[in-house]
Structure formats: C-alpha cells, structure tokens
Design a protein around this ligand. Structure first.
Ligand SMILES: Cc1cc2nc3c(=O)[nH]c(=O)nc-3n(C[C@H](O)[C@H](O)[C@H](O)COP(=O)(O)OP(=O)(O)OC[C@H]3O[C@@H](n4cnc5c(N)ncnc54)[C@H](O)[C@@H]3O)c2cc1C
Length: 501
C-alpha cells in the first residue's frame, strides 16, 4: 500500500500565492481582529463559527444581518502575515493511503479559507443531482432537493458576485438569468463543440467585486475586511478549535481553542458551527470524543469521515484537422452526458473542451467522473502523523471503486467518439490523472442518524446546538464545482439559526 506524508505541504504554494498577491497590491489591512482572551471571557455570544472560508463567512453575514452576536475562530492568519501563515501550515498534518492524493496542496489554512487560491467557477448543482440516481446511497438519499435550495442559490450567487449571463446547455432551472457576461467569449469553441453534437458553456464565475480585476472573489480581500468591522462580530485569527465541552442532552457549551503557542482557551456560545472544510471538519468531529460520543461527535452511525469524494479528471488531446486557430484560450463545459449515463446505471460525467491559440488544429477534452460515495474512502485519525501541537493528524484513505473504474472506461469511450465526430485520428492521453481539489462528504446529511452525521438542518446528530457548514455534508458528489452549493447551504443554515426558516 502506498503511503505519503504531506506535512506542512501548502506552505510553499501559499507563500508563492502571498508573494503574487502582494505584487497585485492585495490589501487586507482593513481587517479588524479581536483578541482571543477577550472573546474567551464573554458570555453573550450567540453563534461561534469555526473557519472563515466562504461557508463560515456567508453564514456570519446572515447572522449579523439578523442582529446576532457572532464570533469567528479562524486557525489561519491574516493573509499577508507570512510568519503566522507558516505557523498555521504546521497544523496541516496529513497522510494519504491508496491513491496518491496531494491533500495538503488542496486546501488553505488562512483567513478567508481556500478562496485565497480557488479559481472561482460557481455553477449550481442540477436538480437531478439531489434526486435518487444510481450513485445515491439507498439507505441515505439527499434529505432535501433542488427546490429547497433554489432561493439560497440566488443568495449565494449574490454573496459570491457570480456573473455569466444566460447559459445554453444543460443547467439548473432558474428564475432570472445571471448578471454580466461569461468571463471568456467562447464563440469559437461553441461552434466547434456543435460539430461534435455538444452545447457548451463557460461556467458561471464568482468575480471579484472590483470589475477591473479579472479574477475570482477572494474572501480575505473582498469580503472579510468589511465583515470584520461589524460591531457584533469578533474575528479571531490564529485560533484553532481542537474540541468541545458537550453538556447534558448533547448541548455544546464551549469550544476548546489553541493559539499557535499552544495556550488553550474556552469560548462559550449558544450555538457552534464547524465550517473548516470537509477534511478538517471531519477531523475535528473525530477528535472531539467525549464519554457520550466515544467514536467522535455525531458518529454513532460510524459514518463520520466516510463517503469522501473528489472530482477527478483525465485529459485527452488530438489534432482536429481543418479548424482555424483559436483567437484566445477558450474552454466550454457540458454536463449533458449525466442524464443518459445515469439512465444506464452509472454516475455522470463532465466534459470540458479546451482550445488554445498556440495549438492550432488541436483540442483537449477533459473528462471528469462522478465518484461513487464509498464507505472505504474516508478521513480517519492518523496513527502516524501529528500536527504542530503534537495532536493527531488526518489520514485520507482514497481509492477508485469498480464502479468508478467502469465509468472511466465508459467516459473515455465517449471522448473517443466525440473526437471521431470531429475527424480526429490519433488521441493521446495528456498528463496524469488530476483532481479538482474539491473535498466532498465525510459528515453527510440524512434523515436517519443510523446512516448520517448531521440531520437535514445540518445539526450534528445527538447534539442540540452543534452544526456543520460545508461540503462535508454532501451525500453525493455530483459534478459541478461545490462552492456555490456550500454557500447556498450556509445561507439556508443562517435562516435556521436566526429563526426565519
Ligand atoms: C486550487 C483550487 C482551486 C479551486 N477552484 C474552485 C472553483 O473554481 N470552484 C469551486 O467551487 N471550488 C473550487 N475550489 C474549492 C473551494 O476552494 C472550496 O470548495 C471552498 O473554499 C470551501 O469553502 P469552506 O468555507 O467550506 O472551506 P475553506 O475555504 O477551506 O475554509 C475553511 C477554513 O477553516 C479554517 N479551519 C480549519 N480547521 C480549523 C480549526 N480546527 N479551527 C479553526 N479554523 C479552522 C481554515 O483555516 C479555513 O480558513 C478550489 C480549491 C483549490 C485548492
């Protein structure tokens, strides 16, 4: 069995990102931070949110708008604090078992979370993704559907500044079109895809609020500075939650929080929301064992950490005789094979066609598959790696099931048939298999505590006031990029916690 450690792995790439952002005059100096000791002495906090990525920040916006007193405890540092950032990365302690997966390079421990490096694609999931299909676990289907999330998708698109205008291909139904236009004009790619019988779109894009910046919204720069100055919010950086006091009837009373120097404090609140990304949310719940929850919070089912999914892809390139060179880089994406493949009894696939100006008469097709939720794909506590505090790290067990392997083959057959329609002969795999860096599952939602970790309202089973926000709660992985759905779920949770749902 292949094992790899990625201790402190993001430090290099994150520091590079920092350097890049500094060059682009990234300024987060307007962010106001609170002091952990002050927050620890308070007894008036309504909601304590753990993690300041899009899930935690979107939730905070709603709660503050409803007049709640909110604390965000964020393990990472302010984005330009290179010393703090280096110390924060020492808390990312991972090993992967099975497939070679670069876990530490696929998330960021910093104020604003992984939006520091994300690429901003923000499509909705399709209604059929929530309905029972061949990959849906029969014992634990999604407990809510697209219609339930629809108003929250609209809000999430506003929170993430999503632009894109009308799309033409397979897409979720919506009341009004997205504002703006696609980030890239893909007219040439649309024409080419049409020859292969496909309708493609450039995905909706979460644009930085400043229209002059052609890049995604980054929470540390675009959202958190204003949020942090709200009089009812205390944002604490360098504050890592390592456990909870759980009182009678599963009531979370306090979060145990460590500073980088290892000093521990307790923060008390009426409710707690874990918004640490799928891997760290599962790790925290697993670590937070109590006498009543000896296998971890919400883990009476044994489902905690299990059913982890990603969005893997492979690329194929081939000459396409007779096409004029593209005027610029263009990509068009389609989900139109999902429904027919699910009708055949498998998961869906996503296809993206790439054309480049410097590669005339050649295109690349990227094939993404929908992984089956598999109990053996899981986040567990490692018996080998410990983090900068000496606390137990996470072990990710990841493999492809036979069903995944069959879908790879079926998808490759579809790619070959598309190239054939375009008149291409020689088709070459391009590079190794890749991952989109989407962490899904590990604390799935469901009606039945025997098969899930959080209830349909995202409350951890067996607790009274502890919730999970983020893609850990996904039941199936679907194919669209997850962050818009993460933010929609956070807004839905916001309505529940402020009592308006
Ligand atoms: C290179 C890259 C490109 C991507 N591109 C896209 C894309 O185009 N579209 C898309 O939808 N998704 C994309 N993603 C994924 C996207 O970034 C995530 O889905 C999204 O950031 C998840 O939001 P979150 O708030 O749940 O978690 P995160 O953004 O990871 O935030 C979690 C926060 O919790 C903090 N935290 C963790 N543990 C603790 C703890 N114990 N105590 C306190 N705080 C803690 C972390 O420091 C972090 O700030 C990409 C990811 C990568 C790496």
């Amino acid at each position: 069995m292949k094992r790899r450690e990625f201790l402190f792995g993001t430090a290099g790439s994150l520091l590079l990102a920092l350097a890049g952002c500094a060059r682009r005059k990234w300024s987060a100096e307007d962010t106001r931070f609170a002091v952990l000791e002050d927050v620890a002495g308070r007894s008036d906090i309504d909601v304590c949110i753990i993690g300041s990525g899009p899930a935690g920040s979107a939730l905070a916006i709603d709660l503050l708008n409803a007049g709640k007193r909110v604390v965000i405890l964020e393990s990472g540092s302010a984005f330009l604090d290179t010393v703090g950032t280096a110390r924060a990365q020492k808390l990312d302690a991972y090993e992967t078992i099975g497939l070679d997966y670069p876990l530490a390079d696929t998330r960021v421990r910093a104020v604003g979370g992984t939006t520091a490096v994300w690429t901003g694609r923000a499509p909705r999931m399709l209604p059929a993704d929530f309905e029972p299909h061949p990959l849906t676990p029969p014992e634990n289907p999604w407990p809510f559907g697209y219609e339930e999330l629809k108003p929250y998708y609209r809000r999430a698109e506003q929170t993430l500044h999503v632009v894109g205008g009308p799309s033409r291909g397979e897409r979720a139904p919506r009341e009004e079109e997205l504002p703006g236009t696609p980030l890239i004009d893909i007219a040439e790619m649309r024409a080419l895809a049409k020859r292969a019988g496909l309708t493609v779109d450039f995905p909706p894009f979460a644009h930085a609020p400043d229209p002059a910046r052609s890049e995604p919204v980054r929470f540390a720069r675009d959202v958190i500075p204003a949020l942090s100055r709200h009089r009812n919010l205390a944002l604490v950086s360098g504050a890592t939650v390592v456990g909870f006091d759980i009182g009678p009837f599963g009531r979370a009373v306090a979060a145990h929080v460590k500073t980088y120097s290892g000093i521990q404090h307790e923060v008390r609140a009426r409710s707690f929301v874990i918004a640490c990304g799928a891997v760290e949310s599962a790790r925290l719940l697993l670590r937070a064992r109590t006498a009543a929850f000896p296998r971890g919070l919400g883990n009476r089912s044994g489902a905690l950490g299990r059913f982890f999914m990603e969005h893997p892809y492979r690329q194929f390139k081939a000459p396409v005789p007779g096409i004029p060179p593209f005027s610029r880089w263009q990509v068009g994406r389609t989900y139109e094979y999902c429904a027919p493949l699910r009708a055949e009894g498998s998961g869906g696939i996503a296809l993206a066609l790439y054309g480049r100006p410097k590669a005339p008469e050649e295109i690349t097709i990227k094939l993404g598959i929908e992984m089956r939720p598999d109990p053996d794909n899981r986040i567990a506590l490692s018996d080998r790696v410990t983090d900068g505090f000496g606390d137990v790290g996470a072990a990710l067990h990841l493999r492809f099931t036979d069903q995944d392997a069959r879908l790879w083959e079926r998808g490759e057959g579809i790619v070959r048939s598309l190239f054939a329609r375009l008149g291409s002969g020689t088709i070459l795999p391009e590079g190794d298999m890749g991952w989109q860096h989407h962490h899904l599952g590990g604390a799935r939602t469901g009606l039945d505590p025997a098969h899930s970790v959080v209830d349909p309202g995202l409350r951890v089973h067996g607790t009274e006031n502890l919730y999970v926000a983020g893609s850990a709660v996904f039941v199936t992985g679907a194919l669209p990029n997850p962050t818009l759905t993460i933010v929609a779920l956070a807004h839905r949770l916001g309505d529940r916690l402020r009592g308006t749902d």
